[in-house]
Design a protein around this ligand. Structure first.
Ligand SMILES: Cc1cc2nc3c(=O)[nH]c(=O)nc-3n(C[C@H](O)[C@H](O)[C@H](O)COP(=O)(O)OP(=O)(O)OC[C@H]3O[C@@H](n4cnc5c(N)ncnc54)[C@H](O)[C@@H]3O)c2cc1C
Length: 479
């Protein structure tokens, strides 16, 4: 990771009074990808990126600790959203892509002190294979029978009020399926409260499944059959050999000729003739176009003096905090780990731990032989206080949970805690309408653009797609 404060490599020294073509505020992957796509399309454009922190990347950062390759924030790109891999390939990083290891493509769900494999064919909430599901101890027999009613419960035909994930799953599959499967597997992706998470904004596939097949189970069976017919399973997730921090490093390298400023928080934004003026400690920065590549709440603060209505909608996008704790222990100091990428913990289990990745299993080259590299997740919308606990309390709670679930018996060789406050957007009921309002309103403000995880999707591939759109011909910012 680049940690140099000031201006980055390849920087062009600004002349006093420079008016830039594009000012990007926020140097996370979203802002850097936007600058990269604008740079590709307009090699001669004057572009400046202002990042508040003393390094680029935002929540995306990697490091090597004692021979272990660690991620501080995101660790994977989902391949089903192609803009993420397009960005990787266009940066010349295609040769660095690695998929999840073949014996780490399954998941586990905690039940008591056991880790129960996700039954073969189960997709996020509904089983696509009946026998493995019936044999699994994940859900009780009454719970399984209730899930089976999905085959006969009529689909909702009239468009009613938008449903939360919890309401949808309870209606189709019952309470146990929600508590034991959908909450940890789907809610876990967003570290969300399923009573508030919008199923339409996050899992529209299941609404379509209900509409088209009248049953989630029938739809998932077709899906599994189609997948088996289409040949061997490929890895849904990918990363870079050197971790996703390498994506940040390469983006910075490829922004040669742009002005890259770290340690440069933008404190205010105002209209300036037909452009914009940003206030920074180093003086005003003027530009024709501005891209706010920030969490929605941070964009709200800058937009407030320009458009109160837009700022109110941006400020209303909910976010949750999360913390990750990476640790290394000899494999011999754990119970034998099942062949899986990790496990999730249902909230009804009452643990601090939300999930844990077996990093050394998930991707190759993440740990020396004989060692387990684990990454625990805590916090999220259902445990908002946990990320505020002291380091010692958090580490102790994680060690306790890993002791119960993995048989962790010794002190880890090292342990690294990373806190990310207000980092995980929560696409709650009403999110799609609010995003539509935000996009419509922002489009009416000449030269203002929004990139971030508070809008159409929360992952890096979603940001990569937004970055592409900003630089498309016909898009005002691209002129
Ligand atoms: C623990 C964790 C795990 C995740 N796992 C995955 C995953 O595996 N795959 C995936 O696709 N996604 C994952 N995500 C989500 C994804 O990482 C983020 O949505 C994405 O990286 C956000 O990028 P961004 O550039 O929009 O925002 P950020 O990374 O938050 O960057 C915004 C930047 O703006 C800067 N900034 C803020 N205010 C100002 C200001 N006023 N002036 C200048 N700069 C400012 C900040 O310092 C920051 O660097 C994960 C997120 C977290 C927290």
């Amino acid at each position: 990771m680049r940690g140099d404060a000031g201006t980055g490599p390849g920087t062009r020294n600004p002349e006093p009074g420079t008016r830039y073509d594009h000012l990007i505020i926020g140097g996370g992957v979203g802002g850097l990808a936007a600058a990269f796509r604008l740079r590709q399309r307009h090699p001669a454009a004057r572009i400046v990126v202002c990042e508040a922190a003393d390094r680029f990347g935002g929540v995306t950062a990697s490091s090597v600790v004692d021979g272990f390759q660690c991620e501080h924030g995101p660790d994977s790109l989902v391949r089903t959203k192609p803009a993420g891999m397009r960005l990787v390939n266009d940066l010349g990083l295609g040769g660095e892509v690695i998929g999840t290891e073949p014996d780490a493509r399954a998941g586990l769900i905690a039940r008591g002190r056991r880790l129960v494999p996700v039954p073969e064919g189960l997709y996020l909430m509904a089983p696509g294979r009946i026998l493995p599901f019936l044999r699994s101890p994940l859900v009780s027999w009454p719970g399984k029978l209730r899930m089976g009613l999905d085959l006969v419960i009529p689909p909702r035909t009239r468009p009613g009020r938008e449903e939360s994930l919890a309401a949808f799953v309870r209606r189709r599959l019952g309470r146990e399926a929600l508590e034991r499967i959908a909450q940890p597997l789907v809610g876990g992706i967003y570290t969300a409260d399923p009573e508030r998470l919008s199923v339409a904004a996050t899992m529209p596939l299941f609404l379509e499944a209900e509409r088209e097949h009248g049953s989630l189970i029938r739809a998932m069976r077709r899906r599994v059959d189609a997948a088996s017919a289409s040949g061997p399973r490929y890895s849904l997730f990918a990363t870079l050999r050197g971790g996703l921090g390498a994506l940040v490093d390469r983006l910075v390298e490829r922004l040669d000729g742009c002005e890259l400023r770290t340690g440069c928080p933008v404190a205010g934004l105002a209209r300036d003739g037909d452009g914009w003026c940003a206030a920074t400690a180093a003086g005003p920065i003027r530009a024709r176009r501005v891209v706010l590549a920030l969490p929605a709440w941070a964009a709200a603060r800058l937009v407030a003096p320009v458009d109160r209505t837009l700022a109110d909608d941006l400020a209303a996008v909910p976010y949750a905090g999360v913390a990750t704790i990476s640790l290394a222990v000899p494999l011999a100091d754990l119970d034998p780990l099942p062949a899986a990428a990790g496990f999730v913990v249902p909230a009804v289990e009452g643990r601090t731990l939300l999930a844990c990745t077996f990093v050394h299993r998930k991707y190759a080259g993440r740990a020396p032989a004989g060692w387990a590299h684990l990454r625990a997740f805590v916090g999220g919308a259902l445990h908002p206080g946990d990320t505020d606990c002291s380091d010692d309390d958090l580490k102790a709670a994680v060690r306790r949970d890993l002791g119960d679930l993995l048989g962790l018996r010794t002190e880890p060789r090292w342990l690294a805690l990373h806190r990310w406050s207000r980092a995980m957007c929560q696409p709650e009921v009403g999110h799609r309408e609010r995003t539509a309002r935000i996009r419509t309103r922002a489009a009416q403000i000449p030269g203002l653009h929004l990139v971030g995880n508070g809008y159409e999707g929360v992952g890096i591939p979603d940001l990569a797609e937004q970055a592409e759109r900003i630089a498309q011909p016909g898009e005002p910012s691209s002129k």
